[in-house]
Design a protein around this ligand. Structure first.
Ligand code: PXP
Length: 247
């Protein structure tokens, strides 16, 4: 059985580009190479501070890609306007804090339900497949179903971190929590994605959880491409995911 779809997040190609202020390496070139290597989609997060992906990258990705673009965005009026202008295949709503190094934790959908229901409605009407990036918490999952989001993406950061730290008991506990989240979400009629901090091992493990439709993976793949090349890193990730799903 093939594993979930693989969305390759190219943010950190832009991080390297921006470190020197020029045009190289080009995240669009990386996205096209990822397509060739078998990525099922490309993910890019246009942050409020534009620390990696820039507005022009989104425009260029929309023009160049043949696989779907998953546009990661904060729930702000500015990002909503950009998404409505480009109408990417998918819009993943994430929490965003200026001081954070990366997306920490999931969205508090249950705490901001009325506003988020109003926020996602125009995106849905524009044809974007809206997903909410949340912790595997039954209250958050139920809130996502109530606001009419068809997809959730479960935050795998704590699970991945426990694995890197060699804490197998905590890792397995987190994996069980994610598996229960998948079950609750499927029962609520939602499509389930997952991502954050995944490497070959943790992607293999999470693919053994039935019912996950897509993983979004970035930092590890871009780092690994220094050693393997981007195409080979993606091929190995695809193989790890298929192995996990077949286990
Ligand atoms: N999914 C979401 C919603 C994210 O915000 C990120 C990080 O941008 C990822 C997946 C990918 O995480 P990583 O770069 O750690 O693989």
């Amino acid at each position: 059985m093939p594993g979930p779809r693989l969305g390759v997040n190219i943010d950190h190609v832009a991080t390297i580009r921006n470190a020197r202020g020029g045009d190289a390496p080009d995240p669009v070139r990386a996205a096209l190479l990822a397509e060739t290597a078998g990525a099922d989609g490309i993910t890019a997060h246009l942050r409020e501070d534009r620390r990696h992906i820039r507005d022009g990258d989104i425009e260029a990705l929309m023009a160049a890609l043949t696989v779907p673009l998953n546009f990661e965005m904060a729930a702000t009026a500015e990002m909503q306007a950009i998404a409505l202008r480009h109408r990417p295949h998918a819009a993943c709503i994430v929490p965003e804090k200026r001081a954070e190094r990366t997306t920490e934790g999931g969205l508090g959908v249950a705490q901001d339900e009325a506003r988020l229901a109003g926020f996602v409605a125009p995106l849905r009407e524009a044809g974007c497949r809206v997903s909410m990036f949340i912790e595997a918490d039954p209250d958050q999952i139920a809130a996502c179903a109530r606001i009419g989001a068809p997809v959730i993406e479960l935050h795998t950061g704590t699970f991945a971190e426990a694995h890197w730290e060699g804490d197998a008991a905590r890792r397995d506990g987190e994996l069980a929590r994610l598996a229960e989240g998948v079950r609750v979400a499927l029962d609520a009629g939602l499509e389930v994605h997952a991502g954050h901090g995944l490497d070959f091992d943790t992607a293999r493990m999470i693919c053994a959880v039935p019912g996950i439709a897509e993983l979004n993976i970035g930092h590890f793949l871009i780092g690994e491409s220094v050693f393997l090349g981007l195409e080979e890193a993606i091929r190995r990730m695809r193989a790890a995911m298929d192995e996990g799903a077949a286990a």
